[in-house]
Design a protein around this ligand. Structure first.
Ligand code: FAD
Length: 470
């Protein structure tokens, strides 16, 4: 019999002395102000529960002790990396222990094997920096790469800008140590490049949003550093022509990144960064090739020609690394810049590449129909977009319109054969749409997996899966 899959809201006087003696005072946080600082993530979801404690684990043993305690006393546990989830995945629930992995941040590079061994709290940027010292590179690069942890990246199967060419987090995870809900520790995979022994349980845990186990170590594949990039910016009169250009480009080339920002996003970024971006453009396309001198130039030339044919009014190309980085910084700033316009509901839909123009035009239509500002930015080369639904939370009617627009965008993505989430995860925000995407049969298998690995449903309750009855 499955339990509710919902957070347990009953408050009880939990005696934490047993946990304190197992962990030591350093790892167990009971200060109410500090505890409150672990309630929310970056999803702008207005609601979060109040934890009874925060464990800042310093070792796999401490993670294991925490989960043993939680299983014994049926305490919900919310695993947490850096709290940058945009889907409500790391929101606290009432009466939970927030299990923070931020202190477990060691990184070892083995250049001979071409791997990094990282604890879950290591920031994505720290792994990149450590690898660079050996001429190596960890590619997955969420826009938040300077502030998010590898544990969170694995738990969400994070994507990013260069994933169009280099793939997403799961493509780089060779092995993992995971602590199960019972507190027992398992190892999956290893450091071999190829390994097909048994079911691919690694891939089951990657993207499981802290609901199946807690990642306490990861073995990551590294690549040689890429060649010096050539970067292109194309200005379009409207987003539909930019969308058509993207579908055409992806049919011919595989650039190292292909990102799109609509006019609202460009204006928000310009207001924050004062870079001289064209605020009157309909859309801005950013492309990069790192294929090496001659090949990079010819790849960029094809992208330039396609952009012009699709209606680009201006194209700018640079091989200056600093200028290229500034343009990327502008793109990475998009969500933060739009957040200055109001409260933002962040979408993460994806569609098949030939249907990109249908998606971006449909989003424009939804904005008009719901009289709501929607700024669209995205990893266009992957067909993965982040329409940012902006509203004033003090205006109830505007809030309701924004929520309807948020749902309408997911409906549109599903109608186009796409996905409700390309990289941020289901979290708390997208659960109502999951069954429609997966189908009842696949959802039942997900529930059976959850039940097998976490029968007491203590791990991140209320996330990733809808309850059996709403
Ligand atoms: C400005 C901005 C830009 C962003 N851009 C991108 C982007 O381009 N691409 C992208 O994919 N995401 C992006 N994100 C979203 C976010 O950064 C990613 O989802 C990231 O992977 C979350 O990492 P975190 O360490 O903050 O995880 P958290 O928010 O702490 O947790 C996220 C989920 O992972 C679980 N979790 C965390 N650590 C562990 C662990 N060790 N074991 C098991 N479960 C765990 C949590 O329970 C939760 O469900 C962006 C966020 C922001 C704020």
């Amino acid at each position: 019999m499955h339990a509710s899959l919902e957070p347990r809201s009953d408050k009880r006087d939990l005696d934490l002395s047993e946990l304190r003696s197992a962990l030591g005072a350093k790892s167990l946080v009971l200060d109410p102000d500090l505890i409150a600082s672990y309630r929310f993530d970056r999803s702008n979801a207005g609601t979060a529960g109040m934890p009874v404690a925060v464990v800042r684990a310093r070792s796999t043993e401490e993670v294991s002790e925490t989960l043993r305690f939680a299983s014994r006393y049926l305490v919900p546990v919310v695993p947490r990396g850096a709290g940058t989830s945009l889907a409500g995945g790391s929101l606290a629930v009432d009466g939970c222990i927030v299990l923070s992995l931020e202190c477990m941040d060691a990184i070892t590079i083995d250049p001979q094997a071409g791997i990094a061994i990282a604890q879950p709290g290591a920031l994505n940027v720290a792994i990149k920096d450590a690898a660079r010292e050996y001429g190596l590179w960890y590619p997955p690069d969420p826009s938040s790469y300077e502030i998010c942890s590898i544990g969170g990246n694995i738990a969400t199967n994070a994507g990013g800008l260069c994933c169009v060419k280099y793939g997403v987090t799961t493509d780089y995870v060779l092995g993992m140590e995971v602590v199960l809900a019972s507190g027992s520790v398992i190892r999956l995979g290893g450091s071999t490049v190829k390994d097909v022994a048994g079911y691919d349980l690694k891939r089951l845990f990657v993207g499981s949003e802290g609901t199946l186990g807690v990642v306490t170590e990861a073995t990551l594949r590294l690549r040689p550093l890429p060649a010096q990039p050539v970067t292109l910016v194309a200005i379009f009169p409207d987003i539909a022509s930019a969308g058509r250009a993207v579908s055409e480009i992806t049919a011919h080339e595989r650039p190292a990144l292909l990102e799109l920002m609509d006019q609202t996003t460009v204006r928000a970024v310009e207001a924050r960064m004062h870079m001289g971006l064209d605020e009157n453009c309909g859309a801005l396309l950013l492309a990069r090739s790192d294929a090496g001198e001659h090949r990079a130039r010819s790849e960029i030339a094809v992208i330039e020609s396609i952009s012009q044919t699709a209606g680009a009014s201006e194209v700018f190309v640079t091989d200056d690394p600093d200028t290229g980085e500034q343009l990327l910084a502008a793109r990475r700033m998009a969500i933060t810049a739009v957040e200055e316009l109001g409260r933002v509901l962040i979408e993460d839909v994806g569609v098949p590449l030939p249907l990109i123009a249908d998606l971006v035009q449909g989003i424009e239509r939804i904005a008009g129909e719901h009289d709501t500002m929607i700024a669209t930015v995205g990893h266009a080369g992957d067909g993965n977009f982040h329409p940012l639904v902006v509203f004033d939370p003090s205006d109830n009617a505007a809030t309701a319109r924004a929520e309807h627009a948020f749902g309408a965008i997911m409906d549109l993505a599903l109608e186009l054969g796409g996905t409700i989430t390309g990289e941020h995860g289901v979290g708390t925000l997208k659960r109502p749409w999951l069954e429609r995407q997966l189908g009842a049969g696949a959802l039942e298998i997900c529930r059976a997996v959850k039940h097998a690995l976490d029968p007491l449903e203590i791990l991140n309750p209320g996330k990733a899966l809808p309850p059996e009855t709403w």
